[in-house]
Design a protein around this ligand. Structure first.
Ligand code: NDP
Length: 449
């Protein structure tokens, strides 16, 4: 490996010994940049990589809140303001008990590259809390969000840092966060958060954007290999925001989705998933996916019993991991390849372990990498910000058509970079190289800051 790359990797490992997910994300990016680093001998002198892997700022804070029984709880809040090279920090908030600094930093790091690929003026950041929203009442969620924002408000702003949703943070949470921000600031700054409800400044098609964008990217990738979604069997992990709208668009393109999941298990319906029922269970009732069986008695439910998600044992042409990081293990990758999978579309962030990705690429399975394939969500968030600035709103069709074009452009950038640097068909490397080149250009232009 290039000596400069190797040194930065070792130093990053030494500095962040406890941060497995963050180190995994950095390693994946740095390793694929070798041909670019080889071609630029001034990167080392100007510490391009060292500046790329060190967040501009990490904020952590206490979030006290009271449950409905009067019991007080304390959670930890985070905001990682990773890079403002291309615009205000931008990236979602995750509420999940697994949240820690490593996960926040890996997500923030990925976000810089993803946002660069969109071609829109947004920097990279991420935040959240180890708060578990599952089983909490609406009032408890509201009190938590208000307490969280009472600290976060001083660090964000529509030209400074613009959070959005992620796991455990949807329109309900964004609403409570926005209300508290507005109250403290005594000003209606619509562009400070994205993923808002339409009535107070949200964008049409934002809810659908990540899932739809994933399928637009998949369509382009398959087209480049003389293939399409028509008639393909698809399995999807998760049944949240990304999974539901990926399922919707995949069906629109003539694919048959036969499985979806949640953290307890997966359902397999050989007749094709009844998406209206999934939406009812997940978006309205906030229930468990197992309840799918109440209307489809011949569907199967398989419980998750270890780190290998059962959904990946179901035979399919295309697999869309849309739940969480490292959900596709090497074991699962082997099973998918054995079952004849032709393409993986990463809806979640870093859903495949490094070994799983390597295995897919070695077996000529196409991989649509998260940074590129799920960038439709943040791209549409940037479109929401511009609508807020203009005090104007686009129609659903206008936003969807902009999203479609952005995803076509992202695929082209990944393809061109992979062709130019001798790794044709490896869109994982292509995405990293294409994004890095934009960031390096901005870094050079802005001097040592
Ligand atoms: P949601 O909270 O809406 O849904 C998450 C889904 O994944 C749920 O079905 C959840 O099941 C499942 N899940 C979450 N964590 C785990 C886990 N540890 N093990 C098993 N299943 C799990 O989140 P989103 O759909 O918004 O996000 C999903 C992924 O997509 C994340 O990786 C996120 O970072 C990424 N992403 C999201 C974007 C967006 O616009 N929302 C944009 C780009 C990326 P359960 O309900 O049982 O917990």
């Amino acid at each position: 490996m290039n000596k400069y790359l190797e040194r930065v990797l070792i130093d990053t490992e030494k500095k962040n010994p406890q941060e497995a997910e963050y180190l995994q994300a950095v390693k994946e990016v740095l390793e694929s940049l070798e041909p670019v680093i080889d071609a630029h001998d001034d990167y080392e002198k100007n510490a391009f990589l060292e500046r790329m892997v060190e967040p501009e700022r990490i904020i952590t804070f206490r979030v006290p809140w009271m449950d409905d029984n009067g019991q007080v709880h304390v959670n930890r809040g985070y905001r990682v303001q990773f890079s403002s090279l291309l615009g205000p920090y931008k990236g979602g908030l995750r509420f999940h008990p697994s949240v820690n600094q490593s996960i926040m930093k890996f997500l923030g790091f990925e976000q810089i590259f993803k946002n660069a690929l969109t071609g829109l003026p947004i920097g990279g950041g991420k935040g959240g809390s180890d708060f578990n929203p599952k089983g909490k009442s609406d009032n408890e969620i509201m009190r938590f969000c208000q307490s969280f924002m009472t600290e976060l408000y001083r660090h964000i702003g529509q030209d400074v840092d613009v959070p959005a949703g992620d796991i455990g943070v949807g329109a309900r949470e964004i609403g409570y966060l926005f209300g508290q921000y507005k109250r403290i600031r005594d000003a209606f700054e619509g562009g400070v958060l994205t993923g808002k409800e339409i009535v107070y400044g949200g964008s049409l098609a934002r809810k659908e954007a990540t899932g739809y964008g994933l399928i637009f990217f998949m369509r382009e990738m398959l087209k480049a290999h003389q293939n399409s979604l028509q008639g393909k069997t698809v399995i999807i992990s998760g049944s949240g925001n990304v999974a539901i709208y990926a399922c919707e668009k995949a069906m629109e393109y003539g694919a048959k989705v036969v499985a979806m999941s949640d953290s307890n298990g997966c359902i397999y319906d050989k007749n094709g998933i009844d998406l209206d029922l999934i939406k009812q269970i997940k978006e309205v009732e906030r229930g468990r996916i197992k309840e799918y069986l109440r209307e489809h008695k011949d569907a199967q439910y398989i419980e998750t019993t270890n780190e290998d998600f059962p959904v990946w044992t179901i035979k399919a042409d295309i697999a869309l991991p849309c739940a969480t990081q490292n959900e596709v293990t090497l074991n699962s990758a082997k099973k998918l390849v054995e079952n004849g999978v032709i393409a993986i579309g990463e809806g979640a962030n870093m859903p495949c372990t490094a070994e799983a990705t390597e295995y897919f690429l070695k077996h000529n399975v196409l991989v649509a990498p998260a940074k590129a394939a799920n960038a439709g969500g943040v791209a549409t968030s940037a479109i929401e910000m511009s609508q807020n600035s203009m005090r104007f709103s686009y129609t659903f069709e206008e936003v969807e058509s902009k999203l479609n074009q952005i995803m076509i452009n992202i695929f082209e950038s990944c393809k061109n970079a992979s062709d130019k640097y001798g790794c044709s068909g490896n869109y994982v490397a292509g995405a990293n190289i294409a994004a890095f080149q934009k960031l390096a250009k901005a870094m050079r232009a802005q001097g040592i800051v």
